[in-house]
Design a protein around this ligand. Sequence first.
Ligand SMILES: Nc1ncnc2c1ncn2[C@@H]1O[C@H](COP(=O)(O)OP(=O)(O)OP(=O)(O)O)[C@@H](O)[C@H]1O
Ligand SMILES: [Mg+2]
Length: 226
Amino acid sequence: MLEVKGIRKSFKEGNSRHDVLRGLDLSVDTGDFLAIMGASGSGKSTLLHIMGLLDKPDNGKVYIDGIDASSMSGRKQDKIRNEHTGFVFQFYHLLPELNALENIMLPLMIKTPAYRWLFERRKAIRRSEELLEMVGLSERARQNVTTLSGGERQRIALARALANNPKLLLADEPTGNLDHKAGSVILDILGELNRQGQTIVMVTHDRSIAELARRTVTLVDGELMS
Ligand SMILES: Nc1ncnc2c1ncn2[C@@H]1O[C@H](COP(=O)(O)OP(=O)(O)OP(=O)(O)O)[C@@H](O)[C@H]1O
Ligand SMILES: [Mg+2]
C-alpha cells in the first residue's frame, strides 16, 4: 500500500549539511503494524512525515498504492493525505477552541465542500460519535479539549485521525507524553484497530511498545535495520 524508495533527507547545519536519511527503502503492506525505532534524533519523525506526505525528501519516491505521490502537485498531495492517511502526534495537536466532538469532525468538514455540509453534517456527527464511543469518551463529547487529561486528549486525537477511514494510520510516539496507564489504553486501542485490519505505522523509543507491532525496523545512521 505504501512504499518509499531511495529516500534521502538532509538539513542545513551552519555551513554543512546533516544527512538524516541516507537512501532508505521501506514498504508497508495492508494490515501491517510496523514499529519504527531508533535513538532520539535518528530521523524517525522525519521519515514518518515523508511517508505521510507532510514533508518532501531531497531524493527518492513515495508510492501510494503503486502511484508515485512524491511527484504530484501540492494540491493533489493534500487531497491524498486527507483521504489516505491519519496522523497521531506526541502532543495531540487538537484545536483548543473546539470541543471533543468538533475536533473529531474537523477532517470531515475539511473534505466536504461548503455547499454540501448542510447535508453531510448529520452524518459527520454520527461518525464522530461512533469514534468517541470507540475510544471510550462518549460522555466527553461537548467538553472543551483543554479540560481533558493527556490520555483523553490523545484518544480524541486518535479518533480524529480515523474520521476519514484512512487506509494508513501514522503515529509518532503516541504514548510518549503519557503515563503507563494512559499509554496502555492507547496501545490497546491501536492493537484492536490492527486486528480489525487497520494498517498502522508507529514511531516509538520503547522496545516493549514495539513488541506490540507485527514488525520492527530500527533507524541507525540514516539507514534501516530490521
Ligand atoms: N526542519 C528541520 N530543520 C533542521 N533540522 C531538522 C529539521 N527537522 C529535523 N531536523 C534534524 O534532523 C534530525 C532528525 O530529527 P527527527 O525529528 O526526525 O528525529 P527523531 O528520531 O524523531 O527524534 P526524537 O526521538 O527525539 O523525536 C535531528 O538532528 C533534527 O535536529
Ligand atoms: Mg521524533
